[in-house]
Write a protein that binds this ligand. Structure first.
Ligand SMILES: Nc1nc2c(ncn2[C@@H]2O[C@H](COP(=O)(O)OP(=O)(O)OP(=O)(O)O)[C@@H](O)[C@H]2O)c(=O)[nH]1
Ligand SMILES: [Mg+2]
Length: 453
């Protein structure tokens, strides 16, 4: 079977003294998955142990050469050889003053004939400065993205709702602005030195204005949403939170019978969805699916997704979904808890749920259960587990329900209807004075009925 040809990427990481071997390996593995989510095949990894990132181009000289051999670059930050047809490279050629003829020669070179000419991206597992990125690009002749850049690109691609798109656009512009460089088009060069810089300043200002505009639009949408949320306030709400790919959307589907998007991709979900628990219970319980977390989640993104996560803040129960089959589950769990604390959601009642139970061996499961005696274990793919989870959610809320008997006059039957809507009617007896009803719900709902009688 012919495998689909995907652009190739090289992963680059520096092992710093504060990082353990295991953390380093799992960080790289995750970067590989992030890059795959963007549509690349990670074909090679270049790593180096250093006390800090090289200020010039992240890696030391020797490693930089090694990397450039893979990509067909010069390995040097200053000066370079034309080797492949590529817009960014042509722009750089122009900047360096290559003659027209040189460029047309270069265009005849078939990139696939170069040793590793098809490498299209270098992904660096650190946050690097714009100049480090530029230097790496110069030395390797290939586009460079750091971890934040990769995540921002994924968010950009997956954002669907107007709100998510606005949030991502703000984060993306914030990320891009300092990375803008002079575009050395012929026209600007003719205008002489300085014109490029002025254009750059103009571009930056345009970006700032655009960000302000987007923020305003976003605020308007969010105001609207908080109104909608207020309408839902009386309902019991469960929020599914957790690391990306833990299986939140799969559980959401199973628990609510809805068709939310599930994909073996990082950040498949960017929008919060809210649906009623299914089979339906009275009073109604709402479940929300939220955006996943990741290690070193860029701060701009945390900030811009805060409103999405308000959903979690307003929940009455947080189900923290952990992929128990992932060897890195513990760090992933910690990251989730940190972000929850950061947005102030650590005050919401919390339940740990290990998902993908079908992929956890019995011994590991027993160990986890000993360590976390209160944790729940489920597989989103196992209907009986889902039924059990459904029952546990209902029981969590039912524990705080109260039951009270009311006698409703025949002229006030609308109240009976309201009771069916907002709780459980455990008994209905039709007598002479009216209908005697045993009503069960949360205290507020019971009080509301009492106040009307
Ligand atoms: N074996 C197994 N796979 C599961 C289970 N739950 C989810 N998956 C798979 O894990 C992958 C990710 O599932 P999602 O439900 O999209 O995960 P998510 O937490 O919503 O991910 P993001 O939206 O990216 O944050 C998919 O390929 C699912 O089919 C489970 O219980 N067992
Ligand atoms: Mg999801």
């Amino acid at each position: 079977m012919a495998k689909e040809e995907r652009p190739k990427a090289v992963l680059v990481a520096v092992k710093l003294p504060e990082t353990t071997d295991a953390e380093f390996a799992s960080g790289l593995e995750e970067l590989g998955r992030l890059v795959a989510t963007l549509g690349y095949d990670a074909v090679a990894t270049v790593t180096q142990t250093r006390t800090h990132l090289a200020s010039g181009a992240v890696l030391g000289e020797g490693k930089l050469e090694e990397l450039s051999e893979l990509t067909g670059g010069t390995g040097r930050v200053e000066g370079f050889v034309v080797q492949k047809k590529d817009k960014a490279r042509l722009r750089r050629e122009e900047a360096a003053g290559f003659a027209e003829e040189d460029r047309s020669d270069a265009e005849e070179v078939d990139p696939s004939t170069l040793p590793h000419g098809k490498i299209a991206l270098i992904a660096v597992d650190h946050d690097i400065s714009p100049s480090q990125a530029r230097n790496l690009e110069k030395a390797t002749g290939v586009d460079v993205l750091d971890r934040t850049g990769v995540i921002v690109d994924i968010f950009h691609r997956h954002a669907k709702s107007r709100e998510a798109r606005l949030q991502v656009e703000i984060a993306r512009l914030t990320y891009t602005a300092p990375r803008l460089r002079e575009s050395p088009s012929g026209k600007e060069r003719q205008q002489g030195k300085g014109a490029g810089e002025a254009a750059l300043e103009l571009d930056r200002r345009k970006i700032r204005d655009r960000i302000a505009e987007l923020r305003e639009e976003l605020e308007a949408i969010q105001k609207n949403q908080s109104v909608r949320r207020a309408h839902r306030r009386e309902a019991r709400r469960v929020a599914l939170v957790g690391y990306t790919n833990a299986g939140k959307s799969s559980l959401m589907r199973a628990l609510t019978g809805s068709e939310v998007y599930v994909e073996n991709k990082l950040f498949a979900t960017l929008d919060t969805t809210v649906r009623a628990l299914h089979p339906e219970v009275k009073p109604r319980i709402l479940v929300s699916d939220t955006v996943g977390f990741i290690k070193k989640l860029p701060h701009d993104l945390v900030a811009s997704f805060k409103s999405t996560l308000d959903e979690a803040l307003e929940a009455s129960l947080l189900l923290h979904i952990v992929d128990g089959s992932d060897p890195a589950w513990e760090t992933q769990g910690d990251v989730t808890k940190e972000v929850l604390a950061e947005i102030g959601a650590d005050a919401v009642p919390y339940q740990l749920v290990f998902n993908k139970r079908d992929r956890i061996d019995e011994e590991t499961r027993a160990q986890l259960a000993r360590r976390y005696p209160d944790a729940w274990f489920v597989s989103a793919h196992e209907p009986s587990d889902v039924t059990e989870l459904h029952g546990k959610i209902v029981a969590f809320f039912a524990a705080s329900y109260v039951a009270r008997e009311f006698v409703v006059p025949y002229t006030r039957q609308a109240l009976i209807h309201e009771m069916h809507e907002t709780g459980r009617v455990a008994r209905e007896d039709y007598g002479e004075a009216g209908i005697t009803v045993l009503f069960e719900s949360d205290k507020e709902a019971v009080e509301r009925i009492a106040a009307k009688l």
